[in-house]
Design a protein around this ligand. Structure first.
Ligand code: NAD
Length: 198
């Protein structure tokens, strides 16, 4: 978090109204422009991250920039004026062409990479009978439904690169520090698929 704050100070050294240098306050919680009197506060971008379930399986996806074999829950930045619920519906529809319902808030996390985001994690159920994925290839490389057993096995893979066979890295999941891991583990442990029926 300290690094995220230092990066923000570094990138906000000049006033966007008058171009004059800004000054950091003693606590480092804001910057002030002595010329225009403008005050600048550090910003966090809200991001929704959603684990979609069809009742027995969960939907995981990967971007081409992810490490080989790694799949995660669907994530995306909230647009201006959007509620968390609206962002979840829009992101899932945009990325995999599915309609979701019965959203359940899970947890949140500050995520400093590459800039400060507030990750808001939710579970959601796909609309019954409408599970066919249409992957948006501009945003994702692949998306698929995974069974409970497949996810349990993947959670146990700490170092997938040592387990590769014929040069193929097996399916694995984000590390413990990521809220995506928490969301997926919660789905497995609490059988979220049955508490959030599809
Ligand atoms: N902690 C976790 O478990 C976890 C899991 C997945 C994603 N994330 C983070 O969530 C964020 C969003 O994930 P993503 O897959 O959509 O990322 P992404 O980096 O693929 O971003 C998608 C697009 O959003 C746009 N964008 C970038 N910054 C923005 C902002 N501040 N406001 C609005 N739009 C912006 C860009 O045009 C980018 O192409 C990323 O920062 C990613 O690192 C965290």
């Amino acid at each position: 978090m300290a690094q995220a704050l230092l990066r923000w100070h570094d990138a906000h050294q000049f006033c966007s109204r008058c171009g004059q240098p800004t000054e950091k306050n003693v606590a480092g919680s804001k910057r002030v422009c002595p010329a225009s009197k403008s005050i600048y506060y550090p910003q966090m971008a809200p991001v929704v991250i959603t684990l979609v379930s069809d009742g027995t399986r969960c939907l995981l996806a990967r971007q081409s920039s992810f490490p080989k074999g790694m799949y995660s829950a669907l994530a995306g930045f909230c647009d201006i004026g959007e509620s968390v619920e609206e962002a979840v519906h829009r992101e899932v529809a945009e990325e995999v062409g599915l309609e979701v319902e019965r959203l359940q808030y899970s947890a949140s996390q500050h995520w400093p990479f590459p800039n400060s985001s507030l990750m808001i994690a939710c579970h959601a159920a796909v609309k019954p009978g409408h599970t066919e994925i249409k992957v948006n290839l501009r945003e994702l490389e692949a998306a698929a439904w995974f069974t409970h057993d497949e996810v349990v096995t993947a959670l146990k893979r700490n170092d997938p690169y040592t387990q590769q066979q014929n040069g193929t890295v097996p399916f694995w999941l984000p590390p413990k520090l990521a809220i995506a891991h928490h969301l997926i583990k919660e789905w497995v442990e609490k059988s979220t698929c049955s508490t959030v029926p599809a």
